[in-house]
Ligand binder design. Structure first.
Ligand SMILES: C[S@@+](CC[C@H](N)C(=O)[O-])C[C@H]1O[C@@H](n2cnc3c(N)ncnc32)[C@H](O)[C@@H]1O
Ligand code: SF4
Length: 407
């Protein structure tokens, strides 16, 4: 976002009592622990597992449970809390926690807020961290979906990425999950320096061959603060090449769609009906509470973020306060900009100024969809409904900026 911070930004937690949660509520649970840090990753995760004061791997569940209670009070929903429609455990490596602990956290969410009968409950999992028994325990504990960090089918690329698993462990883990009736997804990374086109094709074909319902494919970003970033700076590793990454993206779209996994978001493909409902909440600007250090929350146009370090976060919760570090209330313009930035990513399309879309269509960035009547078009401004073309998906940031000029 390029907009200046709004006047109502602040530290600590704002009052959220009275927020309208009619559009539903989701939960994100961050588990900030990993056995080792992959060379490319700058997520908020720690390989030290024994922080004191409720921030250790073993004490972490209790801290999350307190935060869940505190969030319920903050939302002022003491009598009739809204049920969670979707829950997503991300990391870090959520499966560093025993499945009984993960199931207990789901139970705490259910006890505090309720869980919709058809709730989607996902956990990310590194393939080497699960067994058939642990997946059985997750399924019995309320999980419906597992997203495995496959990254590549090439052992060579896995080693470049510092991954701890081998290709065979992915196939085994996905097979167990599918046989238990869990929905399955894999994350892939493309454009790792020296990865060949053939290696990427093989990763895509292998992912499809696993029979997963959903694939996320991310362009490798070399983050400055990572081991890979340092190697690139020292000239020991070639940088990522944007043209190569664009070719890899086009190949992903071609191979995945031919296999029946259609794109529904720029980096995500799914069999029909298997789109990740939790992620759709983010892209449609819905409401979610984020639990854990560094987690973000969005309620009705107010964004909150938790303290990033597990120790600082847990100390605040132990003191009976939310782990919140700061918040911002988005202005009308900021909300409109954000809505464009998120909605533009979806294949379901978005509604925007007709003249702006006309110009983007001339440049091959969007295609028009049958028009959806909107309140704004009734008020006089000509609006149209469109979605990004393949070229537009590669140039989504440019398309977003051009639409902002018309807000
Ligand atoms: C933060 S990880 C958490 C899940 C789990 N620990 C794992 O690694 O499989 C979520 C996903 O983010 C992606 N990711 C992390 N860092 C990335 C980077 N620098 N560039 C592209 N994708 C990245 C990976 O595909 C990973 O599966
Ligand atoms: S396992 Fe996942 S979260 Fe942990 S360091 Fe690797 S990519 Fe990051």
């Amino acid at each position: 976002m390029t907009s200046p911070a709004s006047a109502s930004d602040g530290q600590g937690a704002p009052s959220l009592a009275g927020a309208s949660l009619q559009a539903g509520l989701s939960a994100y649970v961050h588990i900030p622990f990993c056995a080792a840090r992959c060379g490319y990753c700058d997520f908020n995760t720690y390989t030290k597992l024994d922080f004191p004061g409720g921030a250790s791997l073993s004490g972490y569940r209790r801290t999350l449970e307190r935060e869940i209670e505190l969030s319920r009070h903050a939302l002022g929903v003491a009598s009739e809390p809204p049920s969670f429609q979707t829950v997503f455990f991300g990391g870090g490596t959520p499966t560093m926690l025993p499945p009984s602990e993960l199931a207990a956290i789901v139970e705490s969410l259910r006890a505090a807020f309720g869980l919709a009968p058809d709730a989607e409950v996902t956990t990310e999992a590194n393939p080497e961290t699960v067994t058939q028994e642990s997946l059985e325990a997750l399924a019995a504990g309320g999980f419906t979906r597992i997203s495995f960090g496959m990254q590549s089918a090439s052992e060579r690329v896995l080693r470049l990425l510092d991954r701890a698993h081998s290709d065979g462990q992915v196939a085994r883990a996905v097979g167990w999950a599918r046989s238990l009736g869990l929905e399955t997804s894999v994350d892939l990374i493309y454009g790792t320096p020296t990865e060949t086109a053939a290696e990427w094709d093989r990763s895509l074909h292998e992912a499809i061959g696993l029979g997963v319902d959903h694939v996320s494919a991310y362009a490798l970003t070399i983050e400055p603060g990572t081991k890979m970033g340092a190697k690139a700076r020292r000239g020991e590793l070639p940088g990522v090449d944007e043209d190569t990454q664009a070719e890899r993206y086009e190949r992903a779209d071609e191979i995945l769609s031919a296999a029946g996994l259609a794109w529904y978001e720029i980096s995500n493909w799914a069999r029909p009906g298997h789109e990740c409902r939790h992620n759709m909440v983010y892209w449609r600007g819905g409401n979610w509470w984020g639990y854990g250090p560094g987690a973000h929350t969005h309620i009705d146009g107010t964004r909150l973020w938790n303290l990033k370090h597990p120790l600082a976060y847990a100390a605040k919760i132990a003191n009976g306060e939310l782990g919140v570090d700061g918040f911002e209330r988005l202005t009308r313009v900021e909300r409109a900009e954000e809505q464009v930035m998120l909605a533009i990513r979806l294949s379901e399309g978005f509604t925007a100024n007709a003249q702006a879309l006309e110009r983007l269509a001339e440049d091959g960035l969007v295609e028009f969809l049958p028009s959806v009547p909107t309140a704004a078009s009734a008020a006089g401004e000509a609006k149209a409904h469109a979605r990004l073309t393949l070229r537009g998906r590669l140039l989504a940031d440019e398309a977003t900026r051009r639409l902002w000029d018309f807000l």
